[in-house]
Design a protein around this ligand. Structure first.
Ligand code: APR
Length: 263
């Protein structure tokens, strides 16, 4: 693995616009389950519960499920801590190597780890959004009003509209700003670091295809516990292992190479 890590580090050092695309697998070492691995969230909860249509049919039912998942620890994102993988990507950004992290995750852990240029492709579950006036508020405030029986479902404090967690539900569009920034990043990207995602959900899974189909094609590096659905078509370097360990070694190697010692 050292040789492969060194090769990837050279690729990143020589890049002009390296971008990371992350999925739930980067947060499992922070105690947040992913979706499709054994024991993942979708092996225990019907994904349909997170569709916008079902939410609108019965918002109070969804918010009760949300509280249960939070209390079970599955979605206690407020207390989740970044792990070495998040910190490694933040270090790569501070080194001037990684230009942006496009994340499918809604757990805010890249920001907590110090990454600045983060595109929240699927929104952020630490916020609640009003479906009427689009006002945002910390989801903890809405959860508090819900759990102490004040409001079910939680309502916007500004206009009384229905509140929804500010994550993209199935059947909802990707936030236009996130989509636009991602497209600009893809056009410039010459190395894409794909971490902890099965690449099964579009349009996020379109990102590696886009950077591979343009000219000149970007180099795609995949760090996963198991190969993604697309690895045979798009991946140039596949590193199988834990994101925390692999990205920490990669970041250490980059630091050494940047100070010109052998990695
Ligand atoms: N290190 C590296 N890879 C890991 C780790 C780890 N510690 N833990 C899990 N993985 C890998 C798994 O092997 C799997 O390939 O991360 C991947 C997670 O895949 P999914 O559970 O499908 O999660 P993700 O790809 O992020 O899902 C995309 O689907 O349900 C929607 O909105 C949801 O954003 C999510 C989207």
């Amino acid at each position: 693995m050292d040789e492969l890590i060194s090769q990837i580090a050279d690729c990143l050092i020589n890049s002009k616009n390296a971008v990371a695309l992350t999925g739930a697998g980067i947060s499992t070492e922070s105690g947040i389950p992913d979706f499709r691995s054994p024991g993942g969230l979708w092996t225990r909860v019907d994904p349909g519960e997170f569709s916008i249509d079902r939410f609108l049919q019965n918002p109070a039912r969804f918010w009760r499920l949300h509280l249960r998942l939070k209390e079970s620890g599955d979605f206690d994102l407020a207390s989740a801590k970044p792990n070495p993988a998040h910190f490694a990507l933040a270090r790569m950004e501070q080194m001037g190597i990684l230009k942006c992290v496009i994340t499918q995750n809604v757990d805010n852990l890249h920001q907590k780890a110090g990454s600045v240029d983060v595109v929240e492709f699927h929104g952020n579950l630490l916020r609640a959004v009003c479906l009427k006036c689009r006002a945002l508020e910390p989801i903890a405030q809405a959860e508090a009003r819900l759990s102490n029986g004040q409001e079910e479902p939680p309502r916007c404090q500004a206009c009384g509209g229905l509140l929804k967690p500010d994550a993209v539900f199935f059947g909802e569009a990707i936030p236009s700003r996130a989509l636009m920034i991602s497209q600009v990043q893809c056009e410039k990207c010459d190395v894409l670091l794909v971490v902890g995602t099965s690449l099964q959900v579009f349009p996020a899974a379109q990102i590696p295809i886009t950077v591979k189909l343009k000219f000149p094609p970007a180099t795609v590096v995949e760090v996963n516990r198991e190969p993604s659905a697309m690895h045979e078509r798009i991946t140039d370097h596949l590193v199988l292992g834990s994101a925390g360990e692999v990205l920490s070694r990669l970041s250490d190697c980059l630091e050494k190479k940047k100070t010109c010692t052998a990695c």
